[in-house]
Write a protein that binds this ligand. Sequence first.
Ligand code: PHE
Length: 342
Amino acid sequence: MEDFLSRLRELEESGSAAIRAASAPDELEQVRVQILGRKARLTQLLRGVRELPQAQRPQAGAEANRVKDSLIALFDQRAAELTQGPEERAPQVDLTLPGRGRWRGARHPCTLVTDEICDIFKELGFVRARGPEAESTWYNFTALNTPLDHPAADEQDTFYLADDIVLRTHTSPVQARVMQEWQPPVRIVVPGLVYRRDPYDASHAPAFEQIEGLAVDEGISFVDFKASISYFVHRFFGEDTATRFRPSFFPFTEPSAEVDVSCLLCHGEGCSACKGTGWLEIMGAGMVDPAVFDNVGYDSERYTGFAFGMGVGRIAMLRYRIPDIRLLYESDVRFLQQFERA
Ligand code: PHE
């Protein structure tokens, strides 16, 4: 009996080692035939159980079967390992990969900013108006008190489509169009594309979006102008943003101003974004020049108003800290995806 059990144990050890050592399916099959086959050692040992004394047979048989089962299990496990390819042996799903969400599109940052600006002015009673991008020189220049031989027209001498038709250089001509059509009170915001012979660089584009604003009524004063613009700045950039009106010149406003806001990054201390000044320019503006009212048939003794114009791309750059205006026009999905709203 002792002899039987020790031979069994020896077979278990050497058999296990041989199974583990097999490095290919056919090698493993040879091992299987040697150990578990009909003429194999284990089979012979099992047959030998019958020759043991009656009383020892149950224990000897049970132990022999245990060894047989464990070798078969080991064999199956090794067989499975050897038939799998290396990629199947590795975990099949790489949990570190980003999910493959499908991009369903989003609104462009300029559209987001346009909507937000128009919504803020809507709170002040402004409605949206639109005008053509191919515009007559009369609306683009003359009506706005800018004679064609004036240097201010030179600066915007731009894409002529015909003798007196240009791609508009600003949204201001829509002021004149709306005033010809409607009597005061007028409060409009005018989003739209404009075109200039500008270089295409980090801060310029030859086609870009503007938003124009115009308010005309009896008794509108410079205070209304400053209060309305400041209201917008607080709503759009935040309550702690300061507004500054710097004297400037436009042929169609008098007085004219460039509007600055305190730098959003350094809050006025001076940094690279504001070139050390503490201020960022956001728009041109002013009180409507009476000559413009005369040109569109408004009574310039009775009505006053203010107007402003801002570049939407510039505002979007400030809002989203975009370093280069060209990113707005290059349709790079990786850039645009960032503006997706839930
Ligand atoms: N039209 C001007 C421009 O494009 C901006 C402006 C609009 C200035 C309205 C004053 C009033 O630069």
